[in-house]
Design a protein around this ligand. Sequence first.
Ligand code: ZN
Length: 588
Amino acid sequence: MKPKILLALLVALEACMGAQKREEAVELGKNTLSTLSEEELLARRARYADVTITVAEDAISKEDRAVMADLLRAAQVMTRIFWKQVSEEGLALRETLANEVKKANGPRKAYLAALLDYLDLNAGPWDRLDSDAPFLGSTKKPLGATFYPPDLTREAFNAYVAAHPSEREALESPFTVVRYKEGGGRVLHAVPYSEVYRADLEEAASLLRSAAKKTRDPALARFLTARADAFLSNDYFDSDVAWLDLGSAPADVASAIEVTIGPYEVYEDGLMNLKAAFEAFVAVRDEASSRELAAVAQMLDELEANLPLDDRHKNFSRGKASPIVVVNLVFAGGDAAKGVQTTAYNLPNDEKVRSVKGSKKVMLKNVGEAKFNKSLVPIAKTVMDQKLMPFIVFDAYFNHVLMHEVSHGLGPGIITAPDGSKRTVNQALRETYSHLEECKADVLGVWNTLYLIRKGFFPADLEQRLEATFLAGIFRSVRFGVEEAHGKANIIEFNYLKRQGAFTYDPATGRFGVVHERFEPAIRALAHDLLVIQAEGDYTGAQKFLDEYGRMPPEVSWALGRLAHVPVDIRPHYELGEKLAHEHHDAK
Ligand code: ZN
């Protein structure tokens, strides 16, 4: 056993024993036992800051309200299916615990209610911020959740598929579960979601059809009807295509609803990353942000021309990046409502749909704002020069997020080697690519914003806000490590800009600041260096660059050490969503 793992086990064991000493363990039925003391439970829960997620109600038409009431109930069905995907016992455990809460009183009631809340937050008895360790019961989470027989290993699955090529497609499908055939012998077979979750999917399908009847928006009705069909046929292609057309209806019948519902992401399948988890996002489009993005999209050639890069490397034929839709979330369900919250997603995942029709990126503005308020602001209060606090504001942050996305579509894409052969930047830069590409998008996000400020497209006072918010955002990104692409990109930005004199550090206070005069030239220099590495496909140069700028400096690690009090993420309470669910219930 590696010493590090052993140490982790000892720490975990000690924590468990400590918990049992401090607090009598809670017994539920025979085997379900929580070893978390009330103190520990509340400390874990405090990693998520409670927030209200809602939208301005006057922005929603009466018609959309009625449609949404059905969609909310369909989203609740997605939650139910997702719980079944996560754990065989999750729903039964939840029911038992909810009954215990009803029966209990006094401090025990409060404790059990907190436990129930934590169970809901994790969509099952395993702690998603604690490597899926059980906090209720002692059952270990199978790597493949309930998508596979719990004892099936990755090697056994791969060996079986290799030996049975005609069954590969069904076994590897995102929309089947894998089971042993009856009669022993460990023979695998695939069962479609449309059979496994039949009753739930029939209920969801009828809710989507009911919603489709209530809208005059033909694109929305088409998606909802096609998705209802897909739930029952297990064929998601047509409905994925229809989803890309949401928002295309003429203004007089257009709905503001942007809905994503069905089996999508494969992260819950820790065994093979093949099986899609059910989820739902019910949201309304943010018209102001969408108009601004559409205007920026008209200026892509101009932005490409303005890149700090030799003209021969500029690229005016990269094709359109996937469209971006900005929305405000009303309600989420299933995979989308558990643990750490999503602020953006790019769908569909099906490569066949992508090659015919492309994909689109949906950004959840109000979720981003909640995270900004609950994590970026307290981080800035702890580590930034306090004179900068008035300039650390959400509009500057979100503007940069949008310009980051736009900037992925600028700069070198397919490059020509000295021998005339063509390859993508990704192929040329190999494992260094995603780090440098995220860094490029961040830095060009700033560079392009500065350009649009000079042009009068954005207001002049955005500049100071951009500088301060950009620096504060770096601490949020590197907080969870610098090995992942976004964390690495941010530490490169910090080191480069600090060396160029654009960022300052005061060892007496431990706080960081910005030097306005140095900021734009430093951003220009960094953008230039990154773009040249990409344009030349310079793998060795990329490695050298990462080596030089990719390390965490001591003053930043010290600053991060002071952020223990800042929540890791948010726990949304969907104000309008709950209201709509009640309205519908009362009307029945
Ligand atoms: Zn990015």
